[in-house]
Write a protein that binds this ligand. Structure first.
Ligand code: PMT
Length: 419
């Protein structure tokens, strides 16, 4: 697994309490470790009835902390007093799963086990993921404790609805690892270079209907657009993701606006860009659509053994419309386009950059099988308005997303250098 930049080298305390969902925390600890985080697990006594410390030790490669009375001997903590050493300098405290009992302790400041003492000593942001029977979760006492924690700035991950170990159905299940990871990324991204910035991102290939069952589209999977959305979230941005594909998991924290055609994408982009700081057009917008959309399915039987001829019409150019809106309103403050090219990559990209009035264009070579449409990697050259070129070697779409987002921060003057 590729390291995730926002998690890389971060020190995360993972508190595990006594819920049957404790077994899911093993996968979370493993994925966090694989992503580059240093994970220090604290288990309550009840958690150890479900999973052993050895399991967490094996997946994190680090000592697991279980007792308030021991001192740290091998974990390299800033001090040997475990609860102080664990809290000191930690980037995040995540309690997943958190039981009703541990929630109550956290809400009321009780300190009778290593996890609750550490939570009081730590000064880092806190994320909790409740997991319990539906009745316990909905109980006014639990809800009051959650409200008190939220009031104090603790991020609460909503439990999922579903079947419990008891066989009952309700809300109270620990969400799956990707969702937990998404919330953890969001918490770590706070205060990033795009904090409070509104970023609109488009993704996927638009579908232009022929009749109620057929459409014209292209090979875009949306992967590059979704990777950009995740990178913007990791940088602390408020992200609106206008997507022509509904096949990919939506990054936690992004507001999804599903669209189908170029026309619908145009409407959505104009609406959401009105007060946006940045727009990134990664979508492969169809350039042509059927001139007429048949109201009913076109039947073979109606064609006299001939194939029908499809007349095409140009779709609106979204970036050109944004150019006009921006000239009138000043928003979006930064506009980034992509250029998917099969030849004369740099010349064609530069021409689009100028014609569409962009601040940056991502020239995307789509001839190689490992770049462009529907793969996990990409090979691009970032070209800025002054013509300066920044080539990126073949890399993951996640890394391309991060590189583009770093340029967006520079364009908005919110990057490290400007701060
Ligand atoms: O989705 P993936 O499978 O991950 O693939 C990623 C990608 C190859 C689709 C992506 O990296 C990419 O290159 N996106 C742009 C594709 C494209 O439509 O390029 P273009 O050169 O035709 O358009 C230039 C720019 O104008 C693009 O920013 C495009 O979004 C925009 N455009 C295009 C047509 C149109 N009618 N309106 C537009 O605003």
């Amino acid at each position: 697994m590729e390291h995730i930049t926002v998690l890389d080298d971060r020190r995360i305390i993972l508190g595990v309490t006594g819920s049957i969902a404790a077994y899911k925390a093993v996968d979370l600890a493993s994925k966090l470790t694989q992503a580059g985080a240093r994970v220090d697990v604290i288990m309550t006594g009840a958690a150890q009835r479900f999973v052993t410390p050895l399991t967490f030790q094996a997946v994190t490669g680090r000592p697991v902390y279980t007792s308030m009375w021991g001192t740290d001997t091998g974990g390299g903590l800033p001090t040997h007093i475990a609860h102080v050493g664990l809290g000191e300098g930690a980037d995040l405290l995540v309690v997943a799963p958190v039981t009703a009992n541990s929630l109550a302790k956290l809400a009321h400041g009780l300190a009778d086990d290593l996890l609750s003492v550490t939570a009081l000593a730590a000064r880092c942001p806190v994320v909790v993921a409740p997991a319990m029977d539906g009745g316990m979760y909905e109980h006014p006492a639990t809800q009051a404790n959650l409200a008190a924690l939220r009031e104090r700035g603790v991020a609460v991950i909503e439990p999922a609805r579903g079947r419990f170990a008891s066989g009952l159905v309700g809300r109270g299940r620990l969400p799956e690892t990707p969702v937990l990871l998404g919330h953890i990324r969001r918490a770590l991204g706070r205060g990033g270079p795009l904090e409070n910035m509104k970023v609109v991102i488009t993704a996927g290939g638009t579908r232009e209907p022929i009749d109620p069952v057929r459409y014209i589209t292209n090979r875009s999977s949306g992967k590059q657009g979704y990777a950009l959305a995740q990178a913007a979230l990791d940088a602390g941005a408020c992200v609106t993701l206008i997507s022509a594909t509904q096949q990919l998991p939506v990054p936690v924290g992004a507001v999804l606006v599903p669209v189908e055609s170029a026309e619908a994408m145009l409407d959505a982009v104009l609406t959401y860009s009105r007060d946006a700081d940045a727009l990134i057009m990664a979508a492969a917008v169809a350039d042509f659509r059927p001139a007429e959309i048949a109201q009913h399915k076109i039947k073979k039987a109606d064609q006299d053994d001939e194939a029908p001829t499809l007349a095409l019409r140009r779709t609106p150019d979204i970036l050109m419309a944004i150019k006009t809106q921006r000239a009138a309103t000043g928003h979006p403050r930064a506009v980034i386009g992509f250029a998917a090219e099969s030849h004369d990559l740099l010349e064609n990209a530069q021409a689009k950059l100028r014609r569409k009035g962009l601040d940056l264009i991502v020239a995307n070579d789509i001839t190689a099988p490992d770049a462009g449409f529907n793969v996990d990697t990409n090979r691009v050259v970032l070209i800025d308005a002054g013509g300066a070129q920044h080539p990126l070697d073949l890399t993951s779409k996640a890394r391309v997303g991060e590189a583009v987002i770093a340029r967006v921060a520079a364009l908005l003057g919110t990057d490290e250098e400007a701060r």
